[in-house]
Ligand binder design. Structure first.
Ligand code: GDP
Length: 392
């Protein structure tokens, strides 16, 4: 599937950069066009892969290149003021090659939080292609303001896009390391999941290795639908490639028995077990699986490790778990790949405790801001008022 990707704000830009890196190292072609938008000049300059002419600095008259901090209202203003600049960069795409748009942003900050929904609304008005969002939720310990920003942005973004693919930083947080290292690891997790999902639709990349049941761009588009939130599950298991297993050392060790796909039964069991792990393990957005409207299952790996029976069994299991009839499934053979991976897209999920919690944190944060504001006003009044004291 070929996407016109727009990374909004710092997180959005960095994730876009990683998608471009994924394409260049794997030879996939999922990024049909890449545009990074930011109100902070330094963040735009720090990108490695986004072409210079497609890095758009917005809101110079408002924030002078210094970013929008944690104020989505500023991000929104910058986006509205410079929508023409953003549009010019998007116009450079070859539109006949694009299947859909993907607007990416961290929802807890300022530029992406405020700007990404405005851009999505703009794209919806202008193009017939679907417009998807990749919304990054802040970790809980980032605090009230970030969660408040995210709760507001999440609502507007979800209403503006055909589907909001959601990724919760909190669920993938790793302890100890610096913020930068932590984000690098989290961004790698994002690309593993969404890179694999979108490359599935790039059928041309398969060459002679035609999948038994192909998932193409239209299957992904049908699964994502025209309104809703999605969560993605992923699990993988290493296997030896055919090349590795036919090596001399391996033959001396006794050949094929140890190569990881010695029988069809093994392959079937591996697939069903990976699909269970992907669905019941850590999702990009933790949710009740049976509140899903549509499901897409994708199994990738070396052709020898994929089989129809495994995918059929896994699809039936998914139907019963999610209680939904619309389950699409397919495989994606990758010769020389050293792992089998299952990707499960749960589209149209509605029972999501994390979102409810974020909304509660947002209300608390708003009350606290209001309380502090009125307390400060009272304190200031007390400080500057002198008339009454004088008469005493
Ligand atoms: P903006 O530049 O004003 O849009 O704000 P940022 O993108 O810097 O930050 C918004 C939120 O995105 C933060 O609160 C974090 O939760 C998240 N974030 C920032 N950088 C990254 C990143 O590299 N990866 C991920 N996954 N999240 C990030």
């Amino acid at each position: 599937m070929k996407l016109a990707m727009i990374g909004f704000g710092q997180a959005g830009g960095k994730i876009l950069d990683r998608f471009l890196e994924y394409d260049s190292t794997r030879g996939t072609g999922i990024v049909g066009h890449a545009v990074a938008v930011n109100s902070a000049k330094a963040d735009l300059m720090g990108l490695d892969y986004v072409p210079n002419e497609n890095r758009v600095l917005i809101g110079q008259s408002v924030v002078k290149g210094h970013g929008a901090g944690t104020e989505p209202e500023l991000g929104e203003r910058c986006a509205k003021e410079d929508m023409e600049e953003i549009q010019s960069a998007i116009d450079r795409m070859v539109s006949s090659e694009i299947d859909a748009f993907l607007v990416m942003a961290g929802l807890g900050g300022g530029t992406g939080s405020g700007g990404a929904p405005v851009l999505a609304e703009h794209l919806q008005r202008l193009y017939v292609e679907p417009v998807y969002g990749l919304g990054i939720l802040p970790a809980r310990d980032e605090g009230g303001i970030y969660n408040r920003n995210a709760a507001r942005s999440f609502q507007r973004f979800a209403e503006a896009v055909d589907n909001l693919l959601t990724f919760d930083n909190d669920a993938f947080k790793t302890g100890g390391e610096s913020l930068g290292e932590g984000y690098a690891e989290i961004n790698a997790e994002i690309i593993t999941r969404f890179g694999a999902l979108f490359s599935a639709g790039e059928v041309e990349a398969l060459g002679d290795n035609v999948a038994e049941s192909v998932v193409d761009a239209s299957e992904i588009i049908n699964t994502l639908g025209e309104h809703g939130i999605s969560s993605v599950g992923y699990a993988s298991e290493p296997v030896q490639t055919k090349q590795q297993s036919s090596g001399l050392l391996d033959r001396l060790r006794g050949g094929n028995d140890k190569n990881g796909f010695s029988s069809g039964g093994d392959a079937t069991n591996r697939i069903t077990s990976l699909v269970r792990k992907a669905t019941l393990g850590k999702l990009t957005l933790q949710c009740e699986v049976d509140s899903t409207e549509r499901v897409l299952l994708l199994v990738s790996g070396p052709p020898e490790a994929l089989n129809r029976k495994g995918i059929d069994k896994a699809r039936k299991w998914l139907e019963s778990q999610t209680d939904c009839m619309e389950v699409r499934a397919g495989d994606y053979p990758l010769p020389n790949e050293d792992k089998v991976a299952a990707i499960v897209v749960l589209s149209g999920v509605t029972d999501v405790p994390r979102v409810k919690e974020m909304q509660r944190m947002a209300v608390e944060a708003e009350e606290k801001v209001e309380e502090i504001r009125s307390q400060s006003k009272d304190d200031l009044d007390d400080l500057i008022e002198y008339g009454d004291d004088e008469t005493q």
